[in-house]
Write a protein that binds this ligand. Sequence first.
Ligand code: ADP
Length: 554
Amino acid sequence: MLTLELAVMLPAAALVYVNYHHLKSIERDKVLEAAIHRDFQQMLAISEKKINQRAYAITKEVIAQFPCPDTDSEADKEKKLGLILAANPWLSHVFLYDDQRRFVFHSQPQQLRDPELREEGARQAKMYGGWLGLEGKGMVKKMHEENRPISCYGHEVDRAGGKTYTATAFFCFPQLPEHRGAMGGAIFNPDYLKQSFFPELLEELVSQKLNDEGGNRLAMIVYPIEGGSGPGNRTLATSAGWKEGKPEVSRNLSEVFSGLALGIKYQDTTVEALGQSWVQGSYLILGVLTVLLVGGLMLTYRSVNKEMALARLKSDFVSNVSHELRTPLSLIRLYAETLELGRIRTQEKAEEYYRIIRKESERLTALINNILDFSRIEAGRKEYDFRETDLAELVRNTLDAYRYQIEQQGFTFEQRIDSNLPAMRVDREAIARSLVNLVNNALKYSADEKFLCVRLYRVDDKLRLEVVDRGIGIARGEHSKIFEKFYRTGDPLVHNTRGSGLGLSLVRHIAHAHGGEVEVESTPGKGSKFTLLLPLPGASPGLASAAPSEVAMS
Ligand code: ADP
């Protein structure tokens, strides 16, 4: 037991304790939440990079179509800019700055039809014209120095519905020398950014993450930064599953779409809820494991206990059996020697000695039969020889052999056997042995009131063989245990009486082999009734029901 406790219980308890504390610290320090936030930051950084790459890629397509400030004629420049706008509806305006020529600014033709948009175009043309006239040359130089052929600038434009976000890409011409102050520009259509560029890209990013890593579905948002860190009530674009709410983590975009921020969250849950449910789930698993562990330990404890009890019973059995063998043997020897020496004068005395020798040898035979039967049963080699038998006769004959002994011991003996019983297929020796065991127990475990009654009768489709005594009785809790091998109750009388603890286990085995059962009804101090129930062949339930007093008894 101590080994069990030290080797299993202590490590198991330590494991549960350490796990519990580990979970507590995860819960307290919000470790899971922090890990998810880190993952989100990383996802946002990667997303910004991809957004920039996409913006650069479409800008590069425009650069490839741009007229060259040196080689193209003024008319060609105008024409090519017009073609670029026609081919790229996502652009609002394109412009060409050249410090040696005039500033050319083209807007999408359909925009020019709307007076408000026309005015917005004119405002931007004026702004960029004036600003580039001052800063253009320096900017080109800087872009060359920094080896950055495309430079973007995000800003807002006034529209009828309020301010709206757009970005302008400036680019220098790699074929021109550094000192040449020439630069092209493309201004993104705000509606394109809002309705296609960002929503599509965000969706793409979110689904790619889901495909790559699985897990909870994500949602992303792009919104203009307005002083605070949250999206406020202005949103530029979201992925499809955003619905509403604040992002868990945000990142201000800096390179291409400065002035915007990118936010991320889960579609259907929050990081906090996720952390909580993970911790709760872990507690639950720990709880279940603890219960299983305790259950397992209890089972092990019980089975070890059982094994120990069995080992104890076995050692008791060995000493009981040796005692049981020795006592009759020494009696037989003693009486036989006395007879042999011819010291017995009267015939009566001699007869009594012969009787004792016979009785003790019968007792020895019964014990050895029990042990042999038991060992056959244990080895699975017990065979029964079923034969057509008149059970009433078998019981009567068996009891006759014992009658003298029973009465000699001062027992009042009642025998109620129904003579109208059908013949049954039973193993005669086994049934007789069961009866002998039950009768012997009744004799052994009776103290003051010496009464024995054996009944054989039929109830419905069963034969009942009852052995009743008014002896010491058996406590309720031990009713099932007494049929286990080697088991003997703790009663002092039992302790002082010889026995092997095998008799009832044999009776039960024999009953089962006949398709029957053995039952006990007993009250401590009042007596016991053992009933061997044997099924009658072919009898249907409820057919014949007869109490022993109503039928012819012998
Ligand atoms: P044993 O050799 O000890 O009699 P059994 O298997 O026949 O072994 O009986 C098991 C135990 O059941 C006995 O030790 C005794 O404690 C109890 N027992 C059996 N029959 C009776 C009875 N008629 N009255 C009281 N106790 C009984």
